[in-house]
Design a protein around this ligand. Structure first.
Ligand code: C2E
Ligand code: CA
Ligand code: CA
Ligand code: CA
Length: 273
């Protein structure tokens, strides 16, 4: 069979239908043991709308499966969370992202963090240690958390978040709008940035969609938060986001996620050119 059809097969909720959970866990453990060959980070550039320069990258995990080929994270993050392997996997991602970021002075590097990682107090210690190796200042690291993680901010999670921000690390609320929190929660959320979910960006060509994004941007700005719009695919979406005052954009219109080696040559590109 060709690689393409296998990719499709594997991404269809593999852990719950086609393959047993046990099999996925076993393969994930093997991948972690062989991480330098089977795991890879791709980076998607993030561009500023203020000066059109690249200001950051988001690290996105890829699994180079020995038989299935390249597997996207949607197919295995949930399994990793259910099995607890996300703790080790997430630590690998953090270390690799900070290491790669040394080659990109001044760029912010955003890392996705599962709520399960945050629940462990050890996470703060790992972040402190990783930054302690030098080369990347805390301000350049941004942790992307979902509303689920922030809303379930039990004592432990809230303390971890406060400690992380105390280190100087920035936090972003990922997939904004898809969780349970309402717009009115914006002022209570202890983050530096909001990432507007792709589904909202995708709807700005409708009257209610445009009104919603404009409201999110207005409220976030009034509360001193920075904004990044995700999944920007068309020049019309870009034009709209710029007009309503969104600070940064990310999406296929500018670049897909690329291997670390491809970032350097994108540094001179300007958004929208
Ligand atoms: P996310 O954090 O919302 O990441 C953005 C996803 O949107 C990525 O999918 C990216 O490739 C895709 N994307 C970016 N621009 C566009 C666009 O213009 N159009 C469309 N249609 N898609 C776009 P990807 O890489 O498959 O990642 C899926 C999800 O997996 C991520 O969503 C994130 O929640 C999770 N994930 C990825 N890497 C990690 C990781 O290291 N740790 C954890 N815990 N989760 C991760
Ligand atoms: Ca993210
Ligand atoms: Ca997102
Ligand atoms: Ca998402």
């Amino acid at each position: 069979t060709d690689g393409r059809s296998r990719y499709v097969f594997f991404t269809q909720d593999m852990d719950h239908d086609v393959r047993s959970r046990e099999e996925t866990y076993r393969e994930l453990r093997l991948a972690l043991a062989d991480c330098d060959r089977q795991l890879e980070l791709h980076y998607q550039p993030i561009w500023s709308l203020e000066d059109r320069r690249m200001v950051g990258v988001e690290a996105l995990l890829r699994w180079q499966h020995p038989e299935q080929g390249l597997v996207a994270p949607g197919a295995f993050i949930r399994s990793a969370e259910e099995s607890g392997l996300i703790t080790v996997l997430g630590e690998w991602v953090l270390r690799r992202a900070v290491q790669d970021a040394r080659a990109w002075p001044g760029l912010r590097v955003a890392v996705n963090v599962s709520p399960i990682q945050l629940r462990s107090r050890k996470f703060v210690e790992i972040v402190r240690e990783v930054l302690g190796h030098g080369g990347v200042t805390a301000e350049r690291l941004e942790l992307e958390l979902t509303e689920t993680a922030l809303m379930a901010a039990s004592g432990e999670v809230a303390r971890s978040l406060a400690d992380l921000r105390g280190l100087g690390v920035h936090c972003a609320l990922d997939d904004f709008g898809t969780g349970y929190s309402s717009l009115s929660h914006i002022r209570d959320i202890a983050v530096d940035r909001i990432k507007i979910d792709r589904s909202f960006v995708n709807a700005v060509d409708t009257v209610p969609g445009a009104a919603l994004v404009e409201a999110i941007v207005g409220l976030a700005r009034a509360n001193g938060l920075r904004l990044t719009a995700e999944g920007v695919e068309t020049p019309e979406q870009l034009e709209f986001l710029e007009r309503v005052g969104c600070h940064e954009v990310q999406g296929y219109l500018f670049s897909r996620p690329v291997p670390a080696s491809a970032i350097a040559r994108l540094l001179t590109k300007r958004a929208g050119e």
